[in-house]
Design a protein around this ligand. Structure first.
Ligand SMILES: C=C(O[C@@H]1C=C(C(=O)O)C=C[C@H]1O)C(=O)O
Length: 88
């Protein structure tokens, strides 16, 4: 029981880190959106997203995770990131 609680606390700490990182990513994306507005370039960058997907694929394999699962998560994260840039 002690071990179960300890492990669950570890999961909560990890989830907090994930959420903190998502907040950091979103703030950076907002800044990128502002720069794009100043430069007059479009929010969506297909080339950048293609490169990121390869990067996620490589990292998934390196950490023994299912690339399909990781790509699904990042698809949601990046969709939200584009929307945040559009709304700021
Ligand atoms: C953040 C950017 O804008 C968009 C969002 C991306 C992201 O969240 O990683 C990547 C490419 C763009 O479609 C960017 O151009 O870097």
């Amino acid at each position: 029981m002690l071990n179960l609680n300890t492990l669950r606390k570890e999961i909560e700490d990890i989830d907090k880190l994930i959420i903190e990182c998502l907040a950091k990513r979103e703030n950076i994306s907002t800044k990128i959106g502002e720069i794009k507005r100043e430069m007059g370039i479009q929010i969506y960058d297909s080339e950048r997203e293609k490169n990121l997907n390869s990067y996620y694929h490589e990292l998934s394999l390196k950490f023994n995770l299912d690339p399909e699962f990781i790509l699904k998560i990042f698809k949601l994260i990046i969709k939200k990131s584009r929307n945040v840039q559009l709304k700021n």
